[in-house]
Each structure stands twice: as structure tokens, then as C-alpha cells.
Design a protein around this ligand. Structure first.
Ligand code: 0L1
Ligand code: MG
Length: 266
């Protein structure tokens, strides 16, 4: 659209094409904000929405949303203090037991997450952690596989928002628990590589409580007229820093009550 054109000829659609070309071509590149210096946060979310629209037009189905940069560990690693939201589609689902398809990805990293499956529609504004939690049908253990389309995962906030927050794949444990049976702030996750624990965190790492992250998503999305739908999956954000997937490397997350998950790069 002509009105989108920035001084260097950038448009929302051009940015989408650039990011999707990198994804399909397995090619990371420089920050958009280095070349499209006017790319601000509202425009970056327009890029993100247009990007997922292209995926839907090509046959993918939206199955939920994710939060990113909700924990201090992630914020410090990425040098960005603001949480963000992004889209999940069915093509991103990694069935339990299937390897991370390293040959299709750029430089995937894996991070453990607490995952909600919604039983009811959740629409902001005004959603609190308590009202958010009452919309949750089940809580699961999960892994997100992130695969930034930027070289060395180096980005500013508008870059990562435009890139659908590095979304690539995600894995959710088969069985979940009702939220009222859990103390999610105290739920601990131990992250291990090839059996050796490399990091640990509790649910409190995510905005003080994962339900705060869910409320944050509902309220932030409502500003764009979007509600979280019943049945959707919500990834609440990496509990710990992410670790690189490598051929044959077994990455495991053992939660106190949510069970254990393992993924392997192949
Ligand atoms: O869960 C997360 O915090 C993912 C953040 C996405 C950005 C990234 O780390 O590449
Ligand atoms: Mg994540």
C-alpha cells in the first residue's frame, strides 16, 4: 500500500516478503531497523499480522499465541525489557517424539515454557491474572523452538515483533492439569542437555506468575481488536535462557508437577 511506504521504499508487505524469504530460504539477515529506520512498534505489529495473514492464505491455521521476553533471563539475554506477543500456527506444532528438523531451520534454540490451553474465550481490556486463569482449561509443560530470521538473534524490539517473535516450532505435553491443582509461581522447571541440568527456574520467572503473562497477552491484543479464542494454546514465554539445538543433542525439561519433555535435534 502506498501509504505504508517509508523513505527508503519500505512497506509492511515488503518487510513480510523479506522475512518469509529468509524463513523459507533458511537465511538469517540484518535487522530491518538498520534499513527501515522508521519501523516503530505499531508498524512492526502490522508486519507481524500481515506475515501471519500470508501464512493463513497459504493454508496454515492459527492455533494460538505466544508471549516472548516475559522473563528476566530472556530479557537480559536479548537486551530487550518489553514483553511481546506473536502468533502460533498448526505448522509450528512439533508432535512429541518427533525430532527438531534442523535441516529446515536456520539456527534453532529451545526454551522451556508453561503452556495454557484455553477453555473459554478471553478478551481484554481489564483482564486480571485471576480472570485469565479462570479461562484456562489445562496447563501443560512445553518447549518452544525459536529460530530468528536475524543474524545471531540480534534485533531491536520492532525487528523481533515483525519477525513473529522468532516463532518456529513448539511442543506441548500430551497431558495437562487443571490450573486450580497447581501453584504455578512455585512450579519448577529443570532444563537439561544430555542429562546434565544446565538451568532452572520457577513459574514466578514469567511476570511473577504465568497467569500475569496470559492477562498481559489478552489486554495487549485487545488494543488491536483481537481476543484469545477457546481452544487456543498460549505459550507464556521462555522460563530460562534458550539453548541451541544440535544434531543428537537431547534437551529435556523436568517440571515439578507438569511432567517431563525431551526434544532432540536431527
Ligand atoms: O519465549 C520467549 O521469550 C521468546 C522470545 C522470542 C524472541 C527470541 O528470544 O528470539
Ligand atoms: Mg518462547
Amino acid at each position: 500500500m502506498i501509504e505504508d511506504a517509508g523513505p527508503a521504499g519500505w512497506t509492511v508487505e515488503r518487510a513480510v516478503t523479506e522475512l518469509l524469504d529468509r524463513e523459507t530460504g533458511r537465511r538469517a539477515g540484518g535487522r530491518l531497523t538498520d534499513r527501515w529506520t522508521e519501523l516503530d512498534l505499531p508498524t512492526a505489529y502490522r508486519v507481524q499480522d500481515a506475515l501471519v495473514r500470508r501464512k493463513v492464505e497459504s493454508g496454515e491455521t492459527i492455533v494460538g499465541v505466544k508471549l516472548g521476553l516475559t522473563s528476566r533471563a530472556k530479557q537480559e539475554r536479548m537486551g530487550i525489557a518489553s514483553p511481546l506477543t506473536a502468533w502460533l500456527t498448526d505448522v509450528m506444532v512439533l508432535p512429541e517424539g518427533e525430532p527438531i528438523p534442523l535441516g529446515s531451520l536456520i539456527h534453532p534454540r529451545v526454551e522451556p515454557e508453561i503452556v495454557f490451553v484455553l477453555g473459554e474465550r478471553l478478551a481484554g481490556p481489564g483482564v486480571t491474572a485471576a480472570s485469565a486463569l479462570s479461562a484456562v482449561a489445562a496447563v501443560h509443560a512445553g518447549f518452544e523452538v525459536i529460530d530468528s530470521r536475524y543474524t545471531d538473534f540480534s534485533f531491536a524490539l520492532p525487528d523481533v515483533v515483525a519477525d513473529n517473535a522468532s516463532s518456529s516450532r513448539f511442543l506441548v505435553s500430551a497431558s495437562g492439569l487443571p490450573p486450580e491443582r497447581l501453584d504455578l509461581a512455585a512450579e519448577e522447571c529443570r532444563l537439561a542437555i544430555d542429562g546434565k541440568v544446565v538451568d532452572r527456574a520457577t513459574g514466578a520467572a514469567v511476570q511473577g506468575h504465568p497467569a500475569e503473562a496470559l492477562a498481559l497477552a489478552a489486554n495487549a491484543l485487545s488494543e488491536r481488536g483481537i481476543a484469545l479464542e477457546a481452544g487456543w494454546t498460549v505459550l507464556t514465554g521462555g522460563l530460562t535462557d534458550a539453548v541451541f539445538a544440535e544434531p543428537g543433542r537431547h534437551i529435556s525439561a523436568a517440571f515439578t508437577h507438569l511432567g517431563s519433555l525431551t526434544v532432540t535435534g536431527a
